[in-house]
Design a protein around this ligand. Structure first.
Ligand code: ADP
Length: 267
């Protein structure tokens, strides 16, 4: 089993990802796709007059502040436009894909964090009304049914809180939790960069290999949202996933290239 997470940043070639996935699926490989949608969500939120608000935690992690209206826009884009766009591509390629969010069948479950500590203008503040959380539990029942029936699951945030409230969760860490729960052989985190760069944005500074035991120490090279990928990779390898690869989804055969060792391989 291979869990492929494709991000939502500018430049990602979803046609290339889907074509590669379809070829491998038809050859008999068991695959699950998890996707993001941050770039498109930002555009739609601006167009709807509710621009995104990114906040930074005291430990330096950036996240989207998700009030109820933001959550609804997030769902429109992630579960609607992005998810159905990917499912349609796969269906055209002859793959019977089924698109679901983490709310459906409670595939992704976690604690709802209503307030967030942020640093703004050098001061620490608390913001309330946040609909975020972290995936703590993956319920694989529905996924097992789909795979047994020959369907390719296409999953996206949000997740469900334990109370059944929709929560915005990080897609990379959700994919990592999924890979652990399914005892996947590999987790691919595909985005619009060649992998983890030692000197971002210099693409020639690609880090080729990271020993699994050292992955936390590579957090220092990741800025902003790349930190979540490194964290997700650490969680996946600690949970028993043998290989995590940060790969490039901008062209070519992104899944095959990553599995072939292009990008940053954590093992
Ligand atoms: P996605 O939504 O595609 O999963 P993110 O935007 O969450 O991707 O994270 C990938 C982004 O992280 C890259 O586009 C890049 O701008 C940024 N980044 C920060 N530090 C690094 C780094 N050291 N190496 C590669 N990318 C980095």
């Amino acid at each position: 089993m291979i869990v492929v997470k494709v991000g939502g940043s500018a430049g990602i070639d979803y046609d290339a990802v889907c074509a590669d996935l379809a070829r491998r699926w038809k050859a008999g490989e068991k695959l699950i796709l998890v996707h993001g949608g941050s770039g498109e969500t930002n555009r739609v939120a601006e167009a709807l007059g509710h621009p995104p608000r990114f906040v930074t935690s005291p430990s330096g992690y950036t996240s989207r502040f998700t009030d109820r209206q933001t959550l609804e826009i997030f769902e429109m884009v992630y579960c609607g436009k992005m998810n159905k766009g990917i499912v349609e591509r796969l269906q055209r390629l002859g793959v019977n894909a089924v698109g679901l969010s983490g709310l459906d069948g409670r595939i992704f479950e976690g604690r709802h964090k209503d307030s967030v500590r942020i640093v703004e203008d050098g001061k620490t503040k608390i913001l309330r009304g946040d609909h975020t959380g972290t995936v703590e539990k993956v319920n694989t029942g529905l996924i097992d049914l789909l795979l047994a029936g020959g369907y390719l699951p296409v999953l996206t945030p949000p997740a469900s809180s334990y109370e059944g409230v929709a929560i915005n969760v990080d897609g990379d860490r959700a994919a990592a939790a999924l890979a652990v729960a399914l005892k996947a052989d590999a987790l691919l985190l595909l985005s619009n960069v060649p992998g983890l760069l030692r000197a971002y944005p210099d693409e020639s500074s690609l880090i080729r290999e990271i020993p699994a035991a050292d992955v936390q120490s590579y957090l220092e090279f990741a800025q902003d949202r790349m930190k979540k990928k490194v964290l997700g990779a650490a969680e996946a390898v600690q949970g028993g996933v043998r290989r995590v690869i940060f790969g490039d989804a901008r062209a070519g055969e992104p899944v095959s290239a990553a599995l072939g060792g292009a990008g940053t391989v954590v093992s």
